[in-house]
Design a protein around this ligand. Sequence first.
Ligand code: HEM
Length: 507
Amino acid sequence: MNDVFHGRQTGIGRHVTGLKTVLVGGSVAIYWLLKSANQWYYVSRLGREQYSLPPGDMGWPLIGNMWSFLIAFKYGDPDSFISNMAARFGRTGIYKAYMFGSPSIIVTLPETCKQVLMDDERFKSGWPKSTNELMGRKSFLGFAGEEHKRLRRLTAAPINGHKALSMYHEYIKEVTINSLDELAKTNRPIEFLIEVKKITFKIIMHIFLGSEVDPMMKTLEEEYVNLNNGLRAMAINLPGFAFYKALKARKKLVKILQAVVDGRRARKSSNLSETQKDMMELLMDVEENSRKLDDEEIIDIILMYLNAGHESSAHATMWATLFLQQHPECLQKAKREQEEIIRGRPSTEKGLIYKEIKQMEYLSKVIDETLRAVTISLFTCREAKTDVSINGYTIPQGWKVLVWFRGVHMDPENYPNPKDFNPSRWEENKYKAGTFFPFGRGTRLCPGSDLAKLEIYTFLHYFLLDYELEPLNPGTAVTYLPHSTPGDNCLAKIKKLSTSSSSYKKV
Ligand code: HEM
C-alpha cells in the first residue's frame, strides 16, 4: 500500500517537476526573447555593419536601457551606469545602448568625445524632436552647417569679449549685491538654489531684453520652470503631462516676446547707442545680404538663450558656494585671495573691478573643480549622418551618439578620487589635458561660458567677503536628474559677517 501510494506520489512528483521545468524553461525563453528583441530588431538589419558595432546591451523593448539609467541616477550611484558597462564589456569607452527612444552609442573616453564633437561633417545635432519643438524650429539648436554658423556668429559676439562682458559686469554686480543684502536681511531659511536662480534669471533677462520685461519677471520665471520640466519629460501631449504644460508655457512665452518685438517695431528707431542695446535690439537690427531676421527667428533664438543661460549658471554658483562651505580649508584659502584683491584695490574704486577677476587664481580652480564634480550638462546628443568608424567600431547612420561628459569627468583614470572636491587637482601639470568638457567642444561650444563664469566669480567675490552659508540639513541626499541638486534645494540661512569687508555700497 505504502509502495503504491509512494509510487503514485512519485508519479505526481515527476509531473510537478516536469511542469516546473517547463515553466522555468518557458520563463527563461521569454526573458531571453524579450532581452534580445531590441538588439535583434535594431542590430540584425544593419547587415555586415552589425559585426563591428561597439559592445553593449540594448536593454528591453521600448524602454531599452532607461531602467538601468533611471535606477542609477535616481536611486543609486549615478556613475555606476557607465562603470557597470565598463565592467561588463571592457573599458572600450564606446557602448551600444537604447536610450530615450533611439538606438544609441554612448561615448565616454575624452578622445572619442572630442572626435564626435569636432566632426560636423559626419555628425549633426541629435536632440529629440520634442526638444526642438519646445525650443522652437528656428532656434539654432537643431540647425547644422552654414545656418548654424551664421546664427552663432550673430548671437555669440554680443555676449562675449572684453567690451560686452565688462559692460554686463556692472549689472551683474548690482543684482548680486542687492540680492545678497536682501537674502541676509530676511533672517529666515531660504532655498538657496531657488534664490540664486532668481539672480541668474534677472541677469540673463536684462542682457537679452533690457528692463522692458521687469514687471513680467515673475510670470516669465514661472513659465520657464514649466518649459524646462517639459524638456526632460516624455513627449506626451495630453493634459496632465509635463510636455503638454511645457508647450502651453512656450505659447505664453512666445506671446510675451512677440509683444516686446511689436512694441519695439512700433517705436521704429530707438535712440540707444550700440553698447546700450540689448540682444533683442541687436537681432532686430541685423541685416545680411539685404535679409533681416524675421520675428520667429528672433523670438526662438532669444527663447533658447534665456533657457540655456540661467539654470546652468545658478547650479554652478550654488554648488561652488556649498562645496566651499563643506571644505573649510578651501573656503579660507578662497577668502584670503579675495581679501588680498581688496587690499590691492585703489581707494577710489568702490567694488569689484572687471580685470581683478584675472587675479583670482585659486577661485578659478574652485570653479573648474565645481564644474567637473557636478558636470551640469551630463551629456550632449548628436546623430550620425552616415556610417562612422571610430576606434575600429561602427556608429551606424541615423543612430544617436550620447557624448557622456559625466563619464569623462568621473573616470578615475582622468581624475583620481573623482568624487572628492579637490581644487588643488587643477594646479599646473597635475591634471590630464583634454579631459575637461564643462562647456562642450567644437562648433557648439557653449557661447555663454564666459558670461556664466563672470556671474560665478562675481557672486563668490561678494559672498566670500561678506556672508556665510548655514545649510539647515547638512548631508541631505542629492538628486541627480535633471541636474545634481541637494534634495532640499539647499535650504539654508545666509548670514552677514560682522567682519564684512567688500567695501561696496548698496546700489
Ligand atoms: C555653468 C553654466 C553653463 C554650462 C555648464 C553650459 C554648458 C553647455 C554645454 C556643455 C553646451 C554644449 C552642448 C552641445 O555640444 O551640444 C552648451 C551649449 C549652449 N549654451 Fe551653455 N552652459 C552654461 C551657461 C550658458 C549661458 C549663461 C548661456 C547664455 C548666455 C548659454 C547658452 C548656450 C547655448 C545657446 C548653447 C547652444 C550652442 C549651440 O548649439 O551652438 N549657456 N552649454
